[in-house]
Design a protein around this ligand. Structure first.
Ligand SMILES: Cc1cc2nc3c(=O)[nH]c(=O)nc-3n(C[C@H](O)[C@H](O)[C@H](O)COP(=O)(O)OP(=O)(O)OC[C@H]3O[C@@H](n4cnc5c(N)ncnc54)[C@H](O)[C@@H]3O)c2cc1C
Ligand SMILES: *[C@@H]1O[C@H](CO)[C@@H](O)[C@H](O)[C@H]1NC(C)=O
Ligand SMILES: *[C@@H]1O[C@H](CO)[C@@H](O)[C@H](O)[C@H]1NC(C)=O
Ligand SMILES: *[C@@H]1O[C@H](CO)[C@@H](O)[C@H](O)[C@H]1NC(C)=O
Ligand SMILES: *[C@@H]1O[C@H](CO)[C@@H](O)[C@H](O)[C@H]1NC(C)=O
Length: 572
């Protein structure tokens, strides 16, 4: 029993992080105004140029188009070509696709953790786990947002893309387990960020179909907006107007799928602007490539300095995720995050179950690590001996689906921060990113508290029917340390603590933010400090991750700032 069960569990653990690709094709688009950049003229001119049709870029552009002419340049493709590809059950497959047309661009931070950047119209909302929660009223106040406009903007988003999740057996059991171990009060179904246990919103409908920020383009005025796909912006152009001391953004250069260069300019008349919404990796990267950043760093890459701004790329932060996989003798539903527990210590407990992973995923895991290692020049510690062993264990399993659940925790904040630096001057390449997980001891303390809560939930009465009776939590923890999930050193053979567990098995929950912080790189109107006609509006401006999970507030901010900008435009 011991030997086979051991194999079985290990296989399940590995399965959870593994990933298989999907092939896909098709060109169809939902909107006539969304086209391939290869069809764009060599010179274009608009009132607003939005760089990045992501989670904030789409609601922003839709709103701006209600009063002005808007161009959106998105480096990825359309999420509408194949609805199956973005269905809930393909969450892992989609993340694991390493083909050039993948919606996910993998990268490994210098912390040794595999991570992903969106590369698709709709951005992260096309890849994510779907959970939807507003920011707390404290966060809204500290951000200096107009509370009623923020409220209206959340509602505008929710009307189109947010649903109540179904709550089947696994999610219900974890909810009951959280309540049993004292993660209280019970807040029932709510979009609000509250201490205690709740069921949050989701962008998946009851059938598991994903709704995304790209759907918010339904709000756009089709006559006033153009969206180009596979349009990779290379740099923002600046000029010095006589009389003005500050450089002014006036256009961008982008490249289409055939490598052909196009130029888009701002119309001369009106308060026109370029808005960078390329996300927490893309926005600081593109500012640097355009000459705004640490002068020393830019010069080292041969980039002409427009403005010496050492804050660009600083304050990068990522909420660490640590997980425990719980194999179940009973069948569980396929689910992503629905139940969440927010503990008094500041750890957030979330859960998923029954994830579908595809048949040959052990080889795929190796491929992903190899692929990213090749790109980053870091050696892969995913040895072939290890892979073979894992593959053997995996073959023991029949069926391509995780038979059980995964309970995860992320920490509030976080307090630990890092930085982003260019490696090359090609905007399609990943920059070097460092998050310094657990550098601040308070982050580590919260992680340990979160792991303790997970252990209690796993041992709760509510979860008991989903447990193998002979498999104690300690065995599950031990097994997690054997899985090559990240490139960090493991301390498998030493007596280890939960502190060491947090450090060794850290993953990302993909809530990375920062790099263009409000107050440092942009002002409170999201205008880039020191230049004219340029803003940054996306998750790169956040000082910490908002709400339980961030996407609600990223979409809200797009709508909110669109309203602010258009209102200002017409108020003289
Ligand atoms: C796997 C995963 C799971 C997640 N789970 C959740 C969850 O359950 N709940 C939640 O709230 N949040 C979740 N998140 C986080 C959330 O999705 C992100 O915080 C959010 O999408 C970030 O939005 P953004 O607008 O800042 O950036 P993005 O949505 O990434 O948008 C940036 C866009 O800019 C484009 N771009 C970048 N550079 C260029 C360029 N040079 N030229 C043209 N276009 C460019 C990109 O292709 C992209 O579309 C998850 C994220 C991931 C990846
Ligand atoms: C489209 O943009 C123009 C500015 O170019 C603006 O005057 C007009 O009101 C917009 N159209 C609509 C229907 O909002
Ligand atoms: C806040 O936004 C509302 C619209 O939602 C607007 O009526 C109000 O004037 C705004 N308040 C301020 C101080 O700008
Ligand atoms: C929620 O818990 C945190 C501690 O993690 C505390 O600082 C905060 O005040 C609590 N919020 C409410 C509304 O009780
Ligand atoms: C990684 O690089 C090696 C050596 O150049 C090559 O053989 C291998 O195919 C690459 N792997 C991937 C997944 O790209």
């Amino acid at each position: 029993m011991g030997w086979t069960l051991d194999k079985f569990i290990w296989a399940l653990l590995v399965e959870c992080i593994l990933l298989s690709g999907l092939s896909h094709s098709g060109k169809a688009s939902k909107y006539a105004f969304v086209r391939e950049a290869t069809s764009a003229p060599p010179f274009l001119s608009y009132d607003y140029i939005v760089i990045g049709g992501g989670t904030s870029g789409c609601p922003l552009a839709a709103t701006l188009s209600q009063g002005a002419r808007v161009l959106v340049l998105e480096r990825g493709g359309s999420p509408y070509t194949n609805p199956e590809r973005i269905h809930l059950k393909n969450f892992v497959n989609s993340l694991a696709d390493i083909s050039p047309s993948s919606f996910s661009q993998p990268f490994i931070s210098t912390d040794g953790v595999l991570n992903a950047r969106a590369r698709v119209l709709g951005g992260g909302s096309v890849l994510n786990a779907g959970f939807y929660s507003r920011a707390s009223s404290d966060y809204i106040r500290i951000s200096g947002w107009n509370e009623s406009l923020a409220e209206e903007s959340y509602k505008w988003v929710e009307k189109k893309v947010v649903f109540e999740p179904p709550m089947l057996q696994w999610q219900s059991a974890v909810r009951d387990g959280l309540l049993e171990v004292g993660v209280l009060p019970y807040n029932e179904f709510t979009y609000d960020h509250l201490n205690g246990t709740k069921i949050g919103g989701t962008i998946f409908d009851k059938k598991g179909n994903r709704h995304t920020a790209a759907d918010l383009l339904e709000y756009a005025d089709p006559k006033n907006i153009s969206v180009y796909l596979h349009a990779t912006v290379q740099k923002i152009l600046f000029r010095y107007n006589t009389g003005k001391r500050r450089p002014e953004a006036y256009g961008v250069i982008f490249i289409d799928a055939m490598g052909v260069m196009h130029r888009a300019y701002l119309n001369r008349k009106g308060k026109n602007e370029i808005i960078l919404s390329a996300g927490a990796i893309g926005s600081p990267q593109l500012l640097m490539l355009s000459g705004i950043g640490s002068a020393k760093h830019l010069q080292a890459h041969g980039i002409t300095v427009v403005l010496d701004r050492p804050w660009v790329g600083q304050d990068m932060a990522d909420n660490p995720m640590n997980v425990l996989v719980v194999p179940s003798p009973l069948p569980v539903e396929v689910s992503l995050v629905q139940t969440v527990g927010i503990t008094k210590s500041g750890s957030f407990i979330e859960t998923g179950s029954g994830l579908s992973l595809g048949p040959s995923w052990s080889e795929r895991l190796q491929k992903i690590f190899e692929f990213v290692s090749n790109q980053s020049g870091q050696p892969s510690t995913f040895s072939s001996e290890n892979t073979q062993r894992v593959a053997d264990l995996v073959r023991f399993l029949t069926g391509p689906t995780l038979k059980g659940g995964i309970i995860i925790e992320k920490i509030t904040g976080p307090r630990s921060t890092g930085h982003l630096e260019l490696i090359t001057t090609n905007p399609s390449d990943n920059p070097s990113v460092t998050f310094n997980y657990f550098k601040d001891p308070e982050d580590l303390r919260i992680c340990v508290e979160g792991m303790k809560t997970i252990i209690d939930v796993v041992n709760s009465k509510a979860l008991s029917k989903f447990r193998y009776p002979n498999l104690p939590v300690q065995a599950l923890l031990n097994l997690m340390l054997l899985i090559p999930m990240n490139l960090r050193p493991k301390h498998v053979n030493t007596a280890y603590s939960l502190q060491q567990y947090c450090i060794d098995t850290v993953l990302t929950i993909w809530h990375y933010h920062g790099g263009c912080l409000t107050g440092k790189v942009v002002d409170h109107d999201y205008k880039v400090i020191g230049v004219e006609a340029l803003r940054v509006i996306d998750g790169s401006t956040f000082y910490r991750s908002p709400g339980t999970n961030p996407q609600a507030t990223v979409m809200m901010l797009g709508r909110y700032m669109g309203e602010q900008i258009i209102n200002k435009r017409f108020s003289g």
